[in-house]
Design a protein around this ligand. Structure first.
Ligand code: HEC
Ligand code: HEC
Ligand code: HEC
Ligand code: HEC
Ligand code: HEC
Ligand code: HEC
Ligand code: HEC
Ligand code: HEC
Length: 329
């Protein structure tokens, strides 16, 4: 460990600093000119990986123009103590969940405003700092190839897959992942209340890409032909013409809509439920046509012609209908 001798001497003014340090919380604005600050250069004399954790990458990150002490508060007392035990310096990681975003909110109000309404906040699921590391070049808690400044698809999937393993495993099998044409953040925005990039109810979430000429969903008429006349496009209605209803059905009958949804983005054919029945799996998992709340589900009256997902005959009939839907637009 380095001694304090290697640290430049401070102005006498800094003697006053201890009082300020005690009174300072993370809520303070820019500390640059405040007594008790030592400057980023001093912090990095120790935080270079030899005597303390290496944070030099901060100088190449998006936060390179933000001083260490803008976020950590004045560091004089910490430095004077030789950094020992990591004492006398604020670490935002120690804040309770509900205050964990106050620091970020000083400069990123729009991101915080959406985030606080999302389940990551309301269910105490993930803090900003669970996904973001402000000291790293890419700004994230996961590594990217070649120290890129942004997340690539693999890194995104690693990040989300830490907590959403089923969705990641399923998505990795999809054509979208294999062709590297989409990743979690193509559809999910972590800083919006509903966590979506675009509206799933009017199909915009898929039409962001699938409305383009090459993919073919160029008009409502084309989409209507794809989903079949029995599934009218009606965003405000029961959603029978919604891409997500057929292409991301829930994996189990109970607990909809809060359970995991299939993420390989192809439909689950009714024959898959029959395969499960034959294998003795109970309860029988839903498919894209039956066993889905609001679709052809015996448990919800009026939700389309009811079929029973536990009936081999019903599933066999629905499979024949399924085969007539989803024609290439
Ligand atoms: C004299 C060396 C030294 C200097 C200068 C120094 N630190 Fe440290 N710091 C340490 C050591 C040693 C630790 C504890 C070991 C570790 O975590 O690497 C530490 C820990 C920390 C921690 C973690 C606290 C915790 O929760 O345990 C933060 C945050 C921190 N330093 C920020 C700063 C900032 C900001 C500056 C500049 C104002 C700074 N340090 C300057 C040596 C130093
Ligand atoms: C934009 C705000 C911000 C800036 C600028 C910043 N930090 Fe941090 N720092 C944080 C937050 C938030 C945490 C807690 C979460 C984390 O570890 O990423 C933290 C944690 C730390 C830790 C503890 C790491 C650990 O693993 O326990 C150290 C040490 C540290 N910072 C040092 C520095 C140094 C040195 C600088 C300047 C080169 C700096 N920080 C710049 C916000 C900041
Ligand atoms: C003192 C102001 C300040 C604070 C506090 C702050 N940031 Fe930033 N942040 C910035 C600035 C400035 C940029 C660079 C913006 C740019 O390059 O367009 C930035 C950029 C970012 C970026 C990358 C943006 C991009 O364009 O790729 C992320 C992610 C980010 N901040 C997250 C956080 C998080 C999380 C926190 C809280 C732990 C935080 N910031 C706290 C000022 C701040
Ligand atoms: C540190 C753990 C953690 C990480 C990392 C994480 N999440 Fe979450 N996420 C949660 C928890 C916990 C919930 C809330 C409980 C639930 O709905 O299952 C949640 C909920 C969600 C929801 C449901 C939101 C809603 O309104 O229904 C989506 C979508 C989501 N996360 C997407 C992502 C994506 C995309 C990533 C990667 C960028 C990610 N999450 C990273 C823990 C995490
Ligand atoms: C569950 C993971 C996750 C959480 C929680 C999260 N972010 Fe992000 N954030 C991301 C991802 C992934 C991106 C990359 C943007 C993209 O590709 O859509 C990003 C991008 C950003 C950016 C740069 C782009 C932009 O939207 O301006 C900022 C700034 C940012 N986040 C700040 C925050 C702040 C502040 C918080 C907490 C209130 C937070 N983030 C919470 C994952 C997360
Ligand atoms: C970021 C762009 C993007 C988004 C968003 C997107 N897709 Fe795709 N999708 C593509 C591309 C590109 C292909 C490959 C087309 C090709 O093979 O020519 C594709 C292929 C597909 C395929 C055929 C793949 C297969 O395995 O048979 C289906 C089904 C599909 N997408 C459904 C969806 C659904 C449903 C949504 C919305 C929930 C969606 N996509 C959102 C870009 C996207
Ligand atoms: C009523 C159910 C249903 C709806 C609603 C639906 N699809 Fe499909 N879709 C299917 C079926 C069934 C298939 C053929 C089997 C498969 O690929 O999963 C299919 C296939 C596809 C394919 C692959 C086509 C090919 O030739 O390989 C794409 C792309 C696709 N759908 C996108 C969408 C988009 C985008 C939406 C919303 C605008 C949508 N689907 C709405 C049932 C539906
Ligand atoms: C093509 C668009 C798309 C992509 C790509 C995508 N998702 Fe989703 N995701 C959705 C939709 C739509 C829902 C909501 C399904 C519903 O409730 O009907 C959802 C729901 C979720 C949920 C809430 C729980 C659930 O399963 O319903 C989580 C968590 C989640 N996604 C994580 C991820 C992760 C992690 C990735 C990347 C590995 C990812 N998503 C990629 C469209 C997408």
């Amino acid at each position: 460990m380095r001694s304090l001798n290697s640290v430049p001497r401070f102005l006498p003014l800094c003697a006053l600093a201890l009082i300020f340090v005690a009174a300072t919380s993370l809520g303070v604005g820019s500390c640059q000119s405040q007594p008790g600050t030592v400057g980023t250069g001093v912090c990095l004399q120790c935080h270079d990986g030899r005597s303390a954790i290496d944070q030099r990458s901060q100088l190449e990150s998006k936060h390179r123009n933000v001083a260490c002490e803008d976020c950590h508060g004045p560091g004089y007392a910490h430095v004077r103590n030789g950094g020992r035990g990591g004492l006398l310096i604020a670490n935002p990681r120690d804040l309770p969940f509900d205050q964990s975003y106050d620091l970020c909110n000083r400069c990123h109000t729009a991101n915080v405003a959406g985030y606080v309404q999302s389940k990551h906040a309301t269910e105490k699921g993930a803090r900003c700092i669970d996904c973001h590391d402000v000291h790293r070049i890419n700004g994230f808690t996961v590594a990217t190839a070649n120290n890129a400044h942004h997340l690539d698809n693999d890194a995104t999937q690693d990040l989300c897959g830490r907590c959403h393993q089923p969705q990641e495993a399923d998505f990795l099998q999809s054509t979208h992942a294999q062709l590297e044409v989409a990743s979690c953040t193509s559809c999910h925005n972590l800083h919006k209340a509903n966590t979506f990039q675009a509206n799933p109810l009017n199909n915009d979430i898929c039409l962001q890409c699938h409305a383009s000429f090459q993919l073919g969903f160029t008009s409502d008429a084309v989409t209507q032909a794809h989903v079949g006349a029995q599934h009218p496009l009606n965003p405000a209605g029961n959603g029978s013409g919604r891409c997500v209803a057929c292409h991301l059905p829930p994996v189990q009958v109970a607990g909809q809509p809060n359970v995991t949804h299939h993420h390989n983005l192809v439909t689950v054919p009714p024959s898959a439920s029959n395969t499960a029945i034959q294998a003795g799996i109970s309860p029988v998992p839903p498919n894209s046509c039956s066993g889905i709340m609001g679709c052809h589900d015996v448990s919800v009256p009026g939700s389309g012609t009811p079929y029973d997902v536990t009936s081999v005959a019903d599933n066999t009939f629905l499979q024949s209908v399924h085969d007539t839907i989803g024609l290439t637009p």
